[in-house]
Ligand binder design. Sequence first.
Ligand SMILES: Cc1ncc(COP(=O)(O)O)c(C=O)c1O
Length: 370
Amino acid sequence: MGEEGAADGAGVVVEEGAADRANVMGAEEVRGSCDACSDVQKIAAFCHAEDITVLVDEAHGAHLGLHPELPASALQQGADVVIQSTHKVLSSMTQSAMLHLQGPRVSPERIARSLQVLQSSSPSYVLMASLDAARVQVHADSSTFLEQAVRAAAEARQQLALVPGLRVLGSEVVGSFGVTDIDPTRVTISTEALELTGYEVDDALEELGIAAEIAGLHCITFAFSGGSTLEDARALGAAVHSLLPPRKAARSTGSDWSLETKTTSDAAATAAAAPPPLAQQVLPPREAFFAPTERVPAEQASGRVAAELLCSYPPGIPAVAPGEELTAAVILYLQNVLQAGGRVSGATDASLATFEVILRKCVHDAKAQR
Ligand SMILES: Cc1ncc(COP(=O)(O)O)c(C=O)c1O
């Protein structure tokens, strides 16, 4: 990986020396929430000037650009390839998504050939029909469908602002963290005032019949769509209010969204610190995937080569992948995320008391062959 932040804070990470160069990025993301938008326009302009293709993971943004109050979509901002999970905010069926292409940088034939390697030869017409129906719904009726989402989310912001001390992510973050806009249909709160982690708030709200979009250590995000109502928004406000500790002090007006300052436990404090440094690759992923493995206790796993892809969610970025070194820092980070109430996906031992690693002899032989 090369120059980070080369586009003046826009967060571009450019892979250097690759014959075919592409910048792959998420369009909406900030510290565990999914309502803050990156400066795709600036990043695309920077990359295109360097003849770099821009691929955007716009999983949470299929609705962007389709209503006057919504930020522009990645396509509108000049990205070459954009993948949207149409099923998330719009109303197609789960597992359906759209891949959009524009401009001359990526050939549709090449994309089709690549998809052939990955896809079933028996496409689901049910899923494709649901994509088409979602497209018709949002285009034929965007004034009501998305308007309802925007209005319900605005009501939720108002209700949540009434909870003493509760901070609701808003336009104050625009200009920081590479954020250029806020998606008004997503509402993120800091759970600091509730003296709970985001995971604990998520569990408590689930008991009350409210499902959040995503929970992190110190914040939780709620998604509003065409199916959301003002009553839903008010119920959310009341439910969050009910979680407030009775003795809660006066309202805080701070706007610091950095995580390090807000902790509810030692484990949360450690997990909230920056994730561990990028793991060193020891074996290529394919070799690692097919290599013989063994299970070792966590205390003996440091320095071994991982056989699993271990990922805390959020942020949804693997801390270690097959073929990479499992360091003490990675192990501690993942265990702390778990202890603080977070989720680590990919671990065959969900308790993280043991780890699946590649046999030492195999690693040794693979190194010797190079
Ligand atoms: C940023 C991001 N990209 C991709 C995905 C995967 O999308 P899908 O569930 O449609 O495969 C998710 C899922 O939540 C996501 O958050």
